[in-house]
Write a protein that binds this ligand. Structure first.
Ligand SMILES: O=C(O)CCC(=O)C(=O)O
Length: 337
């Protein structure tokens, strides 16, 4: 029987046709270089001005950076990866009870990206959870493994605090008041994607996730330390981001590009797969409140810089994002003045 997910334990010897990208749209893995100078920012540094300066440079030049000494306890991170792995090792019949391809569901196991819209599939399964407010959403999360809800709740709480500290630092790096970006984004939601990429028989023909930017404000990504797969686009070239011990990868999302009036970039990134080992990543997304009116603070345009994007609500943006395929043009292009 064919299952809806690829984390079924079945090892494929060739890539099913529906995952094969056209020649012009393959990862060309031999052309990808290592990202040698990924900005790694030590949040434990006592010189805050230095941290803010580094964050500003990383946001302008890369749209992403890594953080160490970030304050999320190591054991919580380890437990998060452990329980995520346990979930994906469950029998496929158990996991399929949670399957849905409806992006509006607040908890679902799914596959690829948007199976109903896309023409070529991606070599990924994912568990997608809404995470804020916890007391509203945690009760609908998987109850198997039995420690899942408790561990993931603790992880979400820590990561949310880290995200806010980073948004404050990003605001300061733009010369804004510390609270300014958080004020524009309103009471932020939080989502999580636990990504699982099984070994792929022909990784050069497909993606785990094709190039995309994140539609939200800030993404905090926990990468599998053993298996690389994240790549970012810098100056037109794809670079592999080597997993770094005890670090999170921070991606600026489309909303921070809009709020910064285009000064900071929402980074294009993709996940590639490999033939030997399964890979996992845990992406935590901070998302503006649905009714938040996304616009750049006056201070960023009062020097006469043109206002690049029209005002929009996050609800409007998110709907547009999910109505499209992942690897189309940048969704923000559709909101330009
Ligand atoms: O697996 C990764 O490294 C990237 C995941 C990602 O980009 C996403 O979940 O949006």
């Amino acid at each position: 029987m064919e299952t809806k997910v690829i984390s079924s334990g079945i090892r494929h010897s060739t890539l099913p046709q529906s995952y094969i990208r056209p020649e012009s749209d393959r990862p060309r893995l031999s052309e990808v270089a290592d990202c040698e100078n990924v900005p790694v920012i030590d949040l434990g540094c006592t010189d805050r001005t230095h941290i803010i300066r580094q964050i500003g440079e990383a946001c302008r030049n890369y749209g992403f950076f890594q953080v160490i000494n970030h304050g999320v306890p190591k054991e919580i991170v380890e437990q998060m990866l452990e329980v995520a792995g346990e979930f994906f090792r469950l029998p496929v019949e158990e996991k399929l009870k949670l399957y849905s391809d409806d992006p509006s569901k607040t908890m679902r196991l799914s596959t690829s990206f948007n199976v109903k819209k896309e023409t070529v599939h991606n070599w990924r399964d994912y568990l997608r959870l809404h995470c804020y407010p916890l007391e509203k959403y945690a009760p609908e999360w998987p109850s198997n493994p039995s420690s899942f809800r408790e561990i993931v709740s603790r992880y979400c709480t820590e990561v949310r605090q880290l995200g806010f500290r980073l948004q404050e630092a990003i605001a300061e790096s733009l010369g804004l008041e510390k609270e300014c970006i958080k004020d524009v984004l309103g009471e932020q939601g939080q989502h999580m994607a636990i990504n699982f990429y099984p070994p792929c028989p022909q990784p050069e023909l497909t993606y785990g996730l094709p190039a995309h930017t994140d539609p939200n404000s800030l993404t905090i990504l926990l990468q599998d330390l053993q298996v690389a797969g994240l790549q970012v686009l810098k100056d037109g070239k794809w670079l592999a981001v080597k997993p770094q011990p005890d670090a999170f990868v921070i991606n600026l999302g489309d909303q921070l590009q809009a709020v910064s009036n285009g000064k900071y970039k929402s980074v294009w990134h993709r996940a590639i797969v490999n033939s030997d080992k399964a890979r996992m990543s845990v992406a935590s997304f901070l998302c503006p409140c649905d009714s938040a009116k996304i616009s750049a603070p006056k201070l960023l345009t009062e020097d006469g810089s043109p206002v690049i994007y029209r005002d929009f609500t996050y609800a409007e943006y998110y709907k547009k994002f999910w109505s499209r395929n992942l690897d189309q043009e940048h969704c923000l292009e559709l909101f330009k003045n």
